[in-house]
Design a protein around this ligand. Structure first.
Ligand SMILES: *[C@@H]1O[C@H](CO)[C@@H](O)[C@H](O)[C@H]1NC(C)=O
Ligand SMILES: *[C@@H]1O[C@H](CO)[C@@H](O)[C@H](O)[C@H]1NC(C)=O
Length: 338
């Protein structure tokens, strides 16, 4: 017998736990399974009904909430005015275009704790009703999923199979690659065809998928530029994407260790947007602590907020403007205080 699909199992459980359970008991398991399977079959012939209960690749589960995206970016992602603007524009343009020519590819750059993972989460939550837990959102962390250089060819094959399989299931799939700077170049080559301007590859259309690449590459350059603005007495909010874009690419491409993975993507213009993340200041760390307290349902205690923000370390040595770890350790520190 074929393994039961999830809805069939659900129905089976419902049947078994119903008040009628006693009466149902004598019915043999086989019949119950048969009934459940038949019902599932029936359900799947009525997609709208089916999709009420089970996540599927339809608008009620997968749809951009632009208001939600805007609100979340404004209220949860601190100190990143460029990322906010770029992402809003990119996501809105891509998701409202019924016939995109290629998948959307965003490359997020910046120091740890500046909000790259948070941004991925915010994007996922405002497109997929199940957010990061959605069956259509896939996360890969280089050091976790692809740790052994000697298994490269296996990883390649597996990754291609996964991307193909998942996009076949849902064209509007999202793939998040974390620690891109630690990924082997060969693995990037394996993904490349899916990012390109193809109408379809072997009958599968990849043009509606979203790819996010996260890395620290370029982080130092971004920090230097931001500090430069500060030294000149210019406002952080006046930093424009173009002030950083060339810096990031220099940082990314000229760094043999972390950079060269990117060149082949750039050469072919497969990355649509660079999204720089600026280093976070004391006041942003305070906002992170405030948000963390709020998210856990605690009162926003100014004393705790200041104390936690004071505990973080700041650089450069002489001026102490930016948090070393951004907001990364805020959650653990809040744990400690509560
Ligand atoms: C979109 O997001 C806003 C703000 O988070 C929320 O109030 C609204 O219910 C969401 N709309 C849908 C259709 O989920
Ligand atoms: C989808 O991707 C996941 C990894 O995120 C993988 O485990 C799964 O097998 C893939 N599904 C298909 C149908 O290829």
């Amino acid at each position: 017998m074929e393994p039961l699909s999830r809805p069939a199992l659900l129905l089976l459980l419902l049947l078994r736990s119903a008040p009628l359970a006693a009466a149902v008991e004598p019915i043999s398991m086989g019949i119950a399974v048969g009934v459940a399977t038949a019902l599932t079959g029936l359900l799947s012939t009525f997609p709208t009904l089916y999709c009420k209960f089970q996540e599927c690749c339809e608008a009620q589960w997968v749809q951009l909430n632009l208001t939600g995206l805007k609100t979340d970016l404004e209220n949860k992602l601190f100190g990143q005015h460029i990322a906010t603007q770029v992402v809003l524009k990119a996501i809105k343009g891509f998701l409202t275009n019924p016939t995109p020519k290629k998948p959307l590819t965003l490359s997020l750059h910046g120091w740890t704790g500046t909000g790259k993972n948070l941004l991925s989460k915010i994007i996922a939550e405002n497109i997929y009703r199940n957010g990061l837990e959605s069956d259509y959102v896939h996360q890969f962390v280089s050091t976790l999923h692809f740790p052994h250089p000697e298994h490269l060819s296996h990883y390649k094959e597996q990754l291609q199979k996964w991307i193909r399989g998942n996009v076949t299931l849902c064209g509007r799939s999202m793939f998040i690659f974390d620690e891109m700077d630690k990924m082997q170049a060969g693995l990037i080559d394996a993904i490349k065809p899916y990012l390109d301007y193809y109408d379809n590859i072997d009958g599968v259309v990849y043009r509606k998928a979203i790819f996010l690449f996260l890395s620290n590459a370029g982080g130092e350059r971004i920090t230097e530029s931001t500090l430069d603005f500060w030294h000149k007495g210019r406002k952080r909010e006046d930093i424009l994407l173009k002030d950083l874009e060339s810096k990031v690419s220099i940082g990314v491409f000229n760094n043999k260790k972390s950079g060269f993975w990117h060149t082949s993507l750039i050469d072919k213009n497969l990355v649509d947007y660079f999204v720089p993340f600026l280093p976070l200041e004391y006041k942003h760390v305070k906002l992170c602590v405030r948000e963390e307290l709020k998210a856990r349902g605690y009162e926003e205690d100014e004393h705790i907020i200041t104390e936690i923000a004071d505990e973080m370390t700041y650089f450069p040595e002489s001026e102490k403007i930016y948090s070393d770890k951004g907001c990364k350790t805020v959650a653990t520190k809040v744990d400690f205080y509560l």
